[in-house]
Ligand binder design. Structure first.
Ligand code: PLP
Length: 450
């Protein structure tokens, strides 16, 4: 039998701490925190303060002996997490039971499909008009995107979605495009009739609603984007909302490289199939802090968009050949843009050029000569069954005769509508006189051509 003194050097006379002797190291340091003054100054530089003010702030920061750097990782944070606070604010705003922050909406979409158990051999229905990420994330989850037409709302057509359902369909993903709610009553009816979950892509419509329910709380899961071009932003960022605890648990696990359910990270599986290898989609504390402030500002931002849009729309003179994008619920529109329909693609391009020349903040939505990843016919990676690896997934996941036959003209109704549409950007800061000028310019051009 060995004892703890067996291998001790007999020349050593000092009593070890392990034997009750004096401990050699009480504490090390103090060390500065990993992230300190230099990083704070770099962040402040992003705000472009005047040189004089920046100098004053630099002096204050450099002379503060108590300055402590932040812990930008959301977990194990000694201070209350900004990301957790943003999740709580988002959950309360959207009215969902659970909310998970992610580093993008793309990540939230993958987490949505994965938490639903979607993978090889499954199909997910997406609209022909959306940013490519809605469909790309289906393929990146090893499933097959099935692309269907939009209607005059420029959101998914419920009848087209129903026609596309097969025994492989595992989700329907309406996108609330350009700030306005999709026809959620018809879409939910189709989905419920066939027992298929709905994932709402709310990337472009945070704060919108349909018949009194916030977008992102109607389907099984809502996915939001906070990238710079969205209604409220944190540079990069996203949120996943749901009322379903099990989906939330699985999404959390997927978004945190399988370090499931912090802080109980080594706990047993709550339910079968809760433990699996995931990825890392965590939001960091910088993005969380910005997102939190933006969620608190969302009400005034939306009020600005809505008021300006109403003023401009009301001031546009009625003309034969002019109509507006159909709103499924005007009260639920976020007001970020006004979409006009014109009689045909040719006159649309002419009027668009004239509006731009007048200084109207506007753009076309589809021009057959200009590449744009918002329309399906430019999604070559999907149309040509591209794959990242020799396994040819997701396309090898179903018998070849069951693969969708993608063509550049397979959703003609969508292309026809999009080619006749002009999008007027509505900034939330537009003042009455700005709105008057925009409406006057639109009227001037339409009078000349219609
Ligand atoms: C409809 C839609 N879905 C998803 C995304 C992806 O969002 P993110 O940039 O946060 O990944 C976008 C971004 O433009 C989008 O417009």
């Amino acid at each position: 039998m060995t004892t703890k003194t067996t291998h001790r050097n007999s020349n050593s006379t000092e009593k070890l701490a392990i034997d009750g002797g004096e401990k050699t190291i009480d504490q090390l340091g103090p060390f500065p925190t990993k992230i300190g003054k230099e990083e704070l100054l770099e962040v402040l530089d992003l705000w472009q303060l005047s040189a004089g003010n920046m100098e004053k702030i630099r002096d204050i920061i450099n002379s503060d002996p108590r300055l402590k750097g932040p812990h930008l990782f959301r977990y194990y944070n000694p201070r209350p997490s900004k990301v957790a606070a943003a999740e709580k604010a988002m959950k309360e705003w959207i009215g969902s039971s659970y909310c998970m922050a992610t580093n993008s909406c793309t990540s939230a979409l993958v987490a949505a499909y994965r938490s639903l158990g979607i993978g090889m051999g499954d199909e997910v229905i997406v609209p022909a008009y959306t940013f490519f990420a809605t469909a790309a994330t289906v393929a990146a989850s090893n499933a097959i995107p099935v692309i269907v037409d939009v209607d005059d709302t420029l959101c998914m057509d419920a009848r087209a979605a129903e026609k596309a359902i097969t025994r492989r369909t595992k989700a329907i993903v309406p996108v609330h495009m350009r700030g306005a709610p999709a026809q959620m009553d018809a879409l939910m009816e189709v989905a419920n009739k066939h027992g298929i979950p709905v994932v709402e892509d709310v990337a472009q419509a945070a704060g919108g609603s349909f018949q009194g329910k916030m977008l992102g709380s109607i389907g099984k899961i809502g996915c939001f984007s906070f990238d710079y071009y969205k209604i409220i932003v944190s540079g990069e960022g996203g949120f996943y909302t749901t009322d379903n605890e099990r989906l939330y648990t699985r999404a959390l696990n997927w978004h945190d490289c399988a370090a499931c359910w912090r802080p109980d990270r080594f706990g047993p599986e709550k339910e079968n199939e809760d433990l699996f290898c995931g990825e890392n989609y965590r939001m960091n504390e910088l993005d969380g802090a910005v997102a939190l402030a933006q969620i608190h500002k969302a009400g005034s931002i939306l009020a600005g968009h809505r008021a300006a849009k109403q003023k401009i729309k009301d001031a546009i003179e009625k003309r034969n050949g002019l109509s507006f994008r159909r709103l499924t619920d005007a009260a639920g529109d976020t007001g970020i843009c006004l979409i006009l329909y014109l009689p045909d693609a040719g006159i649309t391009q002419t009027i668009l050029s004239a509006l731009k020349a007048e200084g109207v903040p506007c753009g076309g939505i589809y021009d057959s000569k200009v590449r744009d990843w918002h329309t399906f016919n430019y999604w070559e990676h999907i149309l040509q069954y591209k794959s990242v690896s020799p396994d040819r997934l997701p396309w090898s996941g179903v018998p070849q005769h069951e693969l969708p036959k993608y063509t550049k003209d397979m959703c003609p109704k969508s292309l026809e509508l999009l080619s006749r549409a002009i999008l007027i950007d509505i900034d939330c800061h537009l003042q009455t006189e700005d709105c008057d000028k925009i409406a006057a310019a639109i009227n001037k051009v339409l009078r000349a051509y219609l």
